[in-house]
Design a protein around this ligand. Structure first.
Ligand SMILES: [Zn+2]
Length: 75
């Protein structure tokens, strides 16, 4: 279980802790990142390609939305 430093009080806490036990600061940044990558449904390791994946994923989602809007307006 890796430890991370709380940016507010510099106390070392578990990265799985929802809040810092020292000052009560919410610690959910890393969890949100993983969910963002997984939500794209793309296979890949977090880190090297994360930026490219996020851009490609955003373009893919926008394209799908446009297709649905076009299909909806045609009917
Ligand atoms: Zn803290």
């Amino acid at each position: 279980m890796p430890l991370v430093k709380c940016p507010d009080c510099q106390k070392e806490i578990s990265d799985q802790a929802p809040v810092c036990p020292g000052c009560g600061r919410p610690m959910q940044k890393s969890v949100t990142k993983v969910e963002d990558v997984n939500a794209c449904g793309l296979m890949g390791k977090p880190g090297t390609f994360s930026h490219t994946m996020n851009v490609g994923c955003a373009a893919l989602i926008i394209g799908i939305i446009i297709i649905f809007v076009l299909l909806g307006s045609l009917r």
